[in-house]
Design a protein around this ligand. Sequence first.
Ligand code: UDX
Ligand code: UDX
Length: 480
Amino acid sequence: MDLNIKNICCIGAGYVGGPTMTMMASKCPDLIFNVVDINEKRIASWNHKDLLELPIFEPGLEELITKTRNRNLFFSSNLKKAIESADIIFISVNTPTKKKGLGAGKSSDLKWVEASAREVAKYARGHTIVVEKSTLPVRTAEVIEKILNSAKRNSKREEISFSVLSNPEFLAEGTAIKDLENPDRVLIGGNNKNAMIALSNIYRVWVPEEKILFTNIWSSELAKLTSNAFLAQRISSINAISAICEVTGADVREVSRAIGKDSRIGSKFLDSGPGFGGSCFKKDILNLVYLAEYFGLTEVANFWESVVKINNWHQKRISEIVVKKLFGTVSNKKLVILGFAFKANTNDTRESAAITICKNLLNEGANLLIHDPKVNASQIKNDLNINPKKSVENSNSSLNEKSGNWEFSKTIHNIELFKDAYAVIILTEWEDFKKLNWTDIAKKMVAPAWVFDSRSIVNIDEVRDAGLSLWRIGDGLEDQ
Ligand code: UDX
Ligand code: UDX
């Protein structure tokens, strides 16, 4: 079997496929990387001369794109050409939770993975290594393998053959480039040793040998789901403790610091916030729940599902606190929302806690002024499913008739934004929000004015000295 690797293809130019291929292309200048996507607009953005037009915002990405694009990294919609020439094909398409049918609400919709496998089956030549990059339910590789093998049987083309590997991505958005450059581990699951070595040779260029792990294919798929489930579980755990802190007088930051010093627990991923978001945590846990239910492991399913349930409850809890603090009503009150992305340093809003919290506040009749440094108004409109204020009459809103409205501000450097606001609600931990001049802001707001800090980023003395009331997540000693 000739495993001389020269051409790489990646199907799916999203938050995972785009940065991952860019990093590989920068590390392996002798290999050719073709990133393809059915979304032509997205491809045009990847190819845009103005790097601010790249479809995703990720610190450090622009520099790498400048170095690699049109040198050995190419973005296009020509799937056929990219597949035909590929020795390795990464599948990095989206796998959202199924909305209807068998497994609805829990299992992943694999239609895009299946469609990609069929395209690969149609156009591949010679021996092709097919790599699952998307996070998938356990045993998806089997589906891919079946599709590829039936194509092989039906093919009248020259001899074609496939090896399917699982190589899950562990990058976190906002630190993707750092994570790709210096991964904790690279996981390669499969049963064809030659194919596994061929794939690992790419990583070996910059990743130390001991960080590259070989496993069987199911372990690799399950390890990815389990990693995300454990991480999400930590967030739900600390958020649950934040609620206890608030009613008992403890401070969740102090609790986190204290438990994080235990080397068995570790200090990372213990920041209480408005609830976890992002495209992976909820979806992957629900996959695990579905898997456990399928095998009759009801207790296991319930255990993991509670991580998601607590997260939903926690997001609702925060919007309820805002309403309670503002004398039980936010109807017609202006509230300034700072941050809409699910975390800082990304323009991604998938599953962002801000969506649920803003929707709840709109349902209570609030008028929201929303600012995020990287998320644009049209994305917010999609997420809230309601048009901004100026075009409210055209809205096909799902809100009730007394619901409030929202508008967007591209900048935060205009003090008039805070004029007549009853509260400022911080939902994403952007650096910009740490530098606000609370004394100036307080003068514009309606007293008693509130700051709700769900990310523990404000300087509490500055806020209090400005005469503002402060609520912080998990702070039992907050202003009453
Ligand atoms: C995706 C998966 O959602 C996630 O489970 C996995 O861990 C990594 O890959 P992400 O890159 O963040 O995550 O998704 P997204 O930004 O939505 O990108 C997927 C891309 O695939 C989209 O640009 C979409 O147009 C493209 N796609 C989808 C195809 O090119 N072909 C298809 O058939 C379907
Ligand atoms: C996650 C995993 O970290 C990554 O390994 C996997 O490949 C994809 O899923 P991502 O969703 O991009 O990455 O971001 P992550 O940094 O994990 O944050 C997820 C959510 O948890 C965010 O909403 C974040 O704000 C929240 N979070 C994280 C906290 O509330 N507190 C913390 O201490 C850490």
